[in-house]
Design a protein around this ligand. Structure first.
Ligand code: SF4
Ligand code: SF4
Ligand code: FES
Length: 467
């Protein structure tokens, strides 16, 4: 056995152990992209570097072996900077969107491609549940939102954007029950406009009891003058909020401060001045209605974090963004979907969101190492590359980080011709060898390759990851 100190902690490891083995044994979290136990060290990414305390050198922990008596650290400013440099380099040429441009643009963060997939598959109830969770008022917003999402819809670069607003306007108005056990905590909301009711609905869904106080005769009074919004639609959606457990008191004029004796927290959604208090959270009403909903949801999440004594999750995950496609990229993007005759407007969606948006290690590390929310590219366009498909797998070469895992796995499985790294230097790319199809390149190792691929370069066609 050999002895090594990891971040000040002594551990004993076998003779052939790597620094990564020792770090993991000591409970240290070291990021890896190209390392897989089955393939051994491929040392193509260098994100796994750790520091040898004696020499100050950074070593790839997946490949470097333990020397008896050595000491390493797995995290300090220099190591973080080295890992950030690796990630920046990989992301500079990463051709993909983590989230679809439409979802990123909707202030309330509606998961639009997923909603459209549910509708296209005939599952209107699932689409309605998703839209209610994210928009709280999908039918109302479907009539009065200015639809900034449609302005960035990538389908609009080919012909016309998807009618996203019309899609959620047409969904059934179902209630959504709170799906968590009660926390025993209470919240009061002052103001029953869109922001106040969105806050109340979200607070109840997060497991807290909630009462709303409104000084006027009816909830959402300012919206009622909009001629394009039938009253019964608005009232039906307010009813779903009541059905979820929110109690609304009308014609009751109270200040948020005065409610703190009876409630654990208060949310001020009345756009009126109140005293500063850590138990009062603001949810501004706005003339852009979907922003008001977003403000209400944000205030509810902040209040929930306070009630549960957790930090507010303010940092947005990293998002790789393709932006508007260049003219010579258009023919390569979403070729298959464009060829297919669409059965309906929602069926025209290009599904720009990433198939591995949750499990992608590149995105996880980019978030962890603070590369977000957007990265500035230095390579010129075009960088969208043709996408290949087999019956079960999608291969997006633009998302490949050339880690070599699929090449090693197909070789180990005896797949002929397998996957290969073709070309040299910056032009090197991974692809099926000898001009083979994707199915031939991956062969019997297809499933193993998809699961091991650290990005969405290889993904199952029917993948639906949700956060
Ligand atoms: S229409 Fe408005 S609410 Fe609906 S998805 Fe677009 S931005 Fe969001
Ligand atoms: S094509 Fe679909 S996923 Fe892409 S931006 Fe438009 S609606 Fe969103
Ligand atoms: S070089 Fe160690 S994980 Fe890539």
């Amino acid at each position: 056995m050999l002895s090594i100190t990891v971040n000040g902690k002594r551990v004993e490891v076998a003779k052939e152990a790597t620094l990564l083995d020792a770090a993991r044994l000591a409970g240290a979290d070291v990021p890896t992209l190209c390392y897989l136990k089955e393939t051994g060290a491929l040392t193509s990414c260098m994100i796994c570097v750790v520091k040898d305390v004696a020499t100050g050198k950074l070593l790839p922990s997946c490949a470097a072996h333990v020397v008896d008596g050595m000491a390493i650290v797995t995290e300090d400013d220099e190591i973080r900077e080295a890992r950030r440099a690796v990630l920046s380099m990989l992301l500079n040429e990463h051709a993909g969107d983590c989230e679809a441009p439409c979802s990123l643009t909707c202030p309330a963060g509606l998961d639009i491609p997923r909603m459209l997939r549910y509708i296209a598959a005939g599952d209107a109830d699932a689409a309605a549940r998703l839209a209610r969770r994210d928009l709280v008022f999908p039918a109302t917003l479907g009539r009065v939102c200015s639809a900034p999402c449609e302005r960035v819809c990538r389908r609009g670069q080919y012909d016309a954007p998807i009618g996203i607003r019309a899609a959620h306007a047409s969904l059934p108005i179902n209630s959504l029950q709170a799906d968590v056990s009660g926390s025993g905590k209470t919240a009061a909301v002052v103001g029953a406009g869109l922001a106040g009711l969105a806050a109340a609905f979200t607070i109840v869904r997060l497991g807290h009891a909630c009462h709303v106080y409104e000084k006027r005769l009816r909830a959402c009074e300012s919206l009622r003058a909009r001629s394009e919004l039938p009253r019964e639609i608005l009232d039906a959606e307010i009813e779903t909020i009541r059905a979820a457990g929110v109690v609304i008191h009308l014609e009751t004029d109270v200040a948020p401060e005065s409610l703190l004796q009876r409630y654990d927290v208060a949310i001020a959604a009345c756009n009126e001045h109140h005293e500063s208090n850590p138990r009062i959270f603001d949810a501004e009403e706005e003339s852009m209605y979907v922003r008001a909903v977003a403000n209400g949801k944000r205030a509810a999440f902040e209040a929930d974090a306070f009630l549960r004594k957790r930090p507010v999750q303010s940092a947005k995950p990293f998002n790789s963004s393709l932006g508007a496609l260049a003219a010579d990229e258009l023919p390569h993007y979403a070729v298959e979907r464009l060829r297919k005759a669409a059965a309906s407007d929602v069926d025209r969606c290009l599904h720009c969101d990433c198939l591995k948006r949750v499990s992608c290690k590149l995105r996880q590390y980019a978030t962890e190492y603070g590369l977000g929310p957007r990265i500035k590219r230095t390579i010129p366009r075009p960088f969208v590359k043709p996408i290949e498909r087999s019956d079960a797998v999608v291969f997006e070469p633009g998302k490949c980080i050339k880690c070599g895992i699929c090449v090693a796995l197909t070789r180990a499985a005896g797949v002929r011709p397998g996957m290969t790294i073709a070309g040299r230097g910056f032009d090197a790319c991974v692809r099926p060898a000898l001009g083979a199809t994707l199915a031939e390149g991956l062969g019997s190792a297809a499933e193993e390759c998809v699961r091991a691929c650290p990005t969405a370069a290889l993904a199952f066609r029917d993948s639906e990851e949700t956060s």
